[in-house]
Design a protein around this ligand. Structure first.
Ligand code: ADP
Ligand code: MG
Length: 470
């Protein structure tokens, strides 16, 4: 967009059109000041211009998504793998330990659930290697509450309008359609149908503070359009009004629940004692949980790191040779900090050269990772203690920055050097042993200024974007 970026007047005009287009299309968020009110809303932050994405890497990310769906599903059913992999983590990380205890408890009782629904988002950056060719490298896979599938379904139209206003109609027409909210809803609808009780509802398990409600409403709308009733409840409501019958069917206020779609429950702050009890009730039930607790555990960073060990993917996906190769090609270097020689060596390497790595605790939602000097200090402090095993280390990925404008309410229009992260939504449904749906359901491109090492859209760092394939 070099010619565009030089024309300040055109940029300013396009930004005005862009903001109105975002409001018109429903790219909305509640405000920080009134996070639970819908009578004061604003646009969700987004880039003025679409960002260039190499088409080969974009296709590679789509092509590997069904493989990742299979892998996550296989891990969720592999009790021994989860137990072995998380053994060191649960000794030092109380949150993972509590999730793991619920997992064990429901297995001991025997699962009442027979239909399984996974909605995940595998995130990548484009690493420029030493020779300058970009490679697709996975950042992480989110197996619970993967968000922005709704709003991103509406950002293409905004970027199309911006390019038209800037006199690039042929480029505007090349932007790919993208509708994850429909793909996600189709998965939920399939699980609801297989549950087999036409009067049962879909329950969105939502946060106390719901700034991102419009993203969820996009998926909800698709369900209502299919005549599926949706209710929105919090853990607190489940604690007060949820119950199981003798077949462990879940009822809320007397209404049977077929599917529980979690948009909450992935960080320790979401839980007090009552909420943990509510979570256990949901997990024990026959309702289709998206995700069930095993699938949530499959998305931990410790699991991600163990997957990168030689031979591990082959063990988890036997007779899927090509899937294993496609998955492995997306892995960056990942390292265990378990006590022992292997851990000691990588800790020493990271202390000597912290800028090569990212240090990650078992947390979700952005803003938790450590970089550079901070990484060095934490490792120096914890190097001889088991505390270090609550983290994993990962090679830092280095994408090529590009100029763009990040449009945020109440912020001045200003060019920034930016990097992008591509997410692919995966949806699958399994009934007993049989996969009845396995799809890539659309994509999400998030872009942030390079000065921010960490953080997503909800954390206020990244903004919504649209890929422009090159
Ligand atoms: P979270 O669960 O908090 O989203 P992530 O693993 O996605 O954790 O990390 C948060 C952010 O940190 C990412 O969106 C990305 O911007 C940055 N990040 C994570 N891992 C790396 C890495 N290996 N190299 C470069 N940046 C990274
Ligand atoms: Mg992330």
């Amino acid at each position: 967009w070099e010619d565009i970026l030089r024309d300040q007047a055109a940029i300013e005009e396009a930004a005005t059109v862009a903001v109105d287009a975002a409001l018109l299309e429903g790219v909305l968020m509640r405000t920080e000041g009134q996070p639970n009110a819908s009578d004061v809303v604003n646009y969700a932050p987004f880039t003025l211009l679409p960002s260039a994405v190499p088409s080969a890497l974009f296709e590679e990310a789509y092509a590997v998504q069904q493989d990742f769906n299979l892998l996550v599903d296989a891990i969720s059913q592999n009790k021994e793998f989860l137990e072995h992999t998380l053994a060191s983590t649960i000794k030092v990380d109380d949150f993972t330990a509590r999730l793991f205890r619920i997992h064990q408890q429901v297995l001991e009782e025997g699962l009442a659930q027979s239909v399984f629904l996974g909605i995940n988002r595998s995130d990548y950056m484009f690493d420029c290697g030493v020779d300058g060719t970009a490679a697709l490298k996975q950042i992480e896979i989110n197996t619970i509450a993967a968000s922005f599938g709704g709003l991103t379904s509406r950002t293409v139209a905004v970027h199309r309008r911006v390019l038209q206003v800037l006199g690039k109609p042929e480029k505007a027409s090349r932007l790919l359609p993208n509708n994850p909210s429909k793909g996600l809803a189709l998965g939920i609808a399939k699980a609801w149908e297989l549950y087999g009780s036409p009067s049962a509802v879909v329950m969105f398990l939502v946060e106390e503070v719901q700034r991102n409600i419009f993203d969820q409403r996009c998926v909800e709308n698709e369900l209502w359009n299919r005549n599926i009733r949706v209710i929105r409840k919090r853990f607190r409501d489940v604690f007060e009004k949820g119950s199981l019958d003798s077949a462990r069917r879940l009822y809320m206020d007397g209404q049977e629940v077929a599917v529980v779609y979690y948009r909450e429950g992935y960080v320790p702050e979401n839980y007090d004692q009552q909420n943990w009890e509510a979570r256990l009730l949901l997990e024990r039930s026959k309702a289709v949980k998206c995700p069930d607790i095993a699938t949530q555990l499959a998305g931990t960073k410790k699991v991600q790191q163990e997957l990168s060990r030689p031979g591990m993917l082959e063990k988890l996906l036997p007779s899927h040779t090509e899937a294993v190769m496609r998955i492995r090609a997306t892995f960056a270097g990942l390292y265990s900090l378990d006590m022992g020689e292997e851990g000691d060596q990588i800790v020493a390497a990271a202390i000597a050269d912290p800028d090569r790595f990212v240090l990650k605790p078992q947390r979700e939602g952005g803003g938790n990772n450590l970089y550079g000097e901070e990484l060095r200090q934490v490792l120096e402090k914890t190097r001889d203690s088991p505390e270090r095993t609550s983290y994993i280390l990962m090679d830092k990925i280095r994408p090529q920055p590009a100029m763009n404008y990040l449009l945020r309410a109440h912020s001045p229009l200003q060019a920034s050097e930016c990097i992008s992260e591509l997410g692919i939504f995966g949806v699958y449904v399994r009934q007993g042993k049989e996969m009845v749906m396995n799809k890539a359901a659309g994509h999400l491109l998030r872009t942030k200024a390079i000065e921010h090492a960490d953080g997503g859209v909800a954390a206020g760092v990244a903004v919504l974007d649209t890929p422009y394939l090159v």
